[in-house]
Design a protein around this ligand. Sequence first.
Ligand SMILES: COc1cccc(CC(=N)NC(=O)c2cccnc2OC2CCNCC2)c1
Length: 389
Amino acid sequence: KTHKFWESQPVGQFKDIGDSNLPEGPIEPPTLLSEVKQEPYNLPSQYEWTTCDMESDETCVEVYNLLKNNYVEDDENMFRFNYSQEFLTWALRPPGYYRNWHIGVRAKTSKKLVAFITGVPARIRVRDEVVKMAEINFLCVHKKLRSKRLAPVMIKEVTRRVHLENIWQAAYTAGVVLPTPITTCQYWHRSLNPKKLIDVGFSRLGARMTMSRTIKLYKLPDSPATPGFRNMELRDVPAVTRLLRNYLSQFVVAPDFDENDVEHWLLPTENVVDSYLVESPETHEITDFCSFYTLPSSILGNQNHSTLKAAYSYYNVSMKTPLLQLMNDALIVAKQKDFDVFNALDVMHNEPFLKELKFGPGDGQLHYYLYNYRIRHALRPSELGLVLL
Ligand SMILES: COc1cccc(CC(=N)NC(=O)c2cccnc2OC2CCNCC2)c1
């Protein structure tokens, strides 16, 4: 399959794989800001660019509805991500965000929002280089406008606006293979409400398994096992930042979080992100941390259920409490909060607990990409310390 667009971009090309003469790092140098295209790229004549101000309730509802009806579906088109409005405002307004990186496309006549793409600024460390990047996400074209080649011009436009802020690298994920993944992750699911998951077709009853046997198999205790396991609070930000920075330093690619970032991304926000820590009852030292974000999916075409309540593993740090026990406590609190399923990628140190804690492999892969930054050899998922929303 020819990648007409991606072969024109400063990304690792398939033909370059294995060429160890190519240096690791930026593929193209920055250009002078005066040389960056000053005006937006041309859209087909019946469409116009718009900046989506996520602080405006009206715009946020438009973005929410566009994604709810047209964003990513699973491979069997049974589920579609249903990011909540509060999640979207959280995801798109981190410290230092740029409103004009929240880019929409409207039909000129109806003014309907028909496409969307976003960037948020992030400091990402690659080996020992901290690089200012844009995290690109929520690329969505209305189902009725697919294969009009809108995506390439939207990617060029967000790239142009990122360049205007003197940022020359980006990070993004996709369920499809593009030139060229820095790593490819498997996703895994842990049933919390197996009866509903089987009813809606997310899971299947195992061979020689009854429903009651399956419910018993996935049963969890009513409360966490670890002494000192509690919700993260504002006063914990400095300690969690230290814990997380130290833990993430072992991975090849990871966010370079400071206290402002930790306060935004990891402080519990209802219906958006949950985070817990272990405070030693004796020393009051904070020794471990775990977190997951809330991303429901619409269930397409089921009579009894319309929404799958899913938790997605975010950042976890195990220094004293075994990761297995810490993640089992995360499963326990997720079940208490009525999540139906707990999802995770095989990144960081996740792989060992995925098998132990009764996760099942998902039917797809998530590929990670860097824009305008070459990594000499693809990473193992366990070398990746970056979780995108
Ligand atoms: C269950 O409902 C779904 C609705 C749409 C797609 C998928 C499958 C899928 N593509 N899953 C993932 O990409 C995934 C699986 C485990 C952990 N994170 C994930 O994706 C995150 C990170 C990338 N942006 C989307 C959310 C499932």
